[in-house]
Design a protein around this ligand. Sequence first.
Ligand code: SF4
Ligand code: SF4
Length: 180
Amino acid sequence: MQSLTNRSKMVSNKEMSFVEKLYIPAILGGMGITFKHLFKKNNTLKYPEQTKVLVPVYRGQHVLKRDEEGRENCTACGLCAVACPAEAITMIAGEREKGDEDKYREEKYAEVYEINMLRCIFCGLCEEACPKEAIFLTDRLVPSQFERDEFIMGKDRLVEDVNNRIDITARQLTGKRGKI
Ligand code: SF4
Ligand code: SF4
């Protein structure tokens, strides 16, 4: 049957010749390819001692931003979750209590906000969908973990520290969806 992509190949069932049965030409061919690679430039980095220089538009671990007064920008509208093609974002909205005006910018806020970094494909669509400039992808690498649950990041790891703001201007100046 013809495949949709036209890339399928018919498998040959023909008998192998005597020379082919020796496998020596195939082994020598394979060793020749290995030998050629000995003289090529090594692209492997000795991570974590050596780290790769990332392009300014690199999209890594997200941050939930605060405004200049330290209040969380996110209003739990859910647009980022709807835009996410990987269904990596989940949230529960809460209503701001009286006295919490210095914590949350709007009357509605994200009580729970989670991103599953194992599902995320770092496309940046959540960032583009957000009307409140609340979520951005940064140049930080998602740290490696031993447990899958550790990759589900909640607000404790996503919201920026009020005293240690995360600078996202390099990506903003270069263009949100620039070339990588
Ligand atoms: S970067 Fe893309 S895949 Fe990851 S959470 Fe945002 S929209 Fe979803
Ligand atoms: S991050 Fe932005 S788009 Fe997502 S829920 Fe918060 S305000 Fe809405």
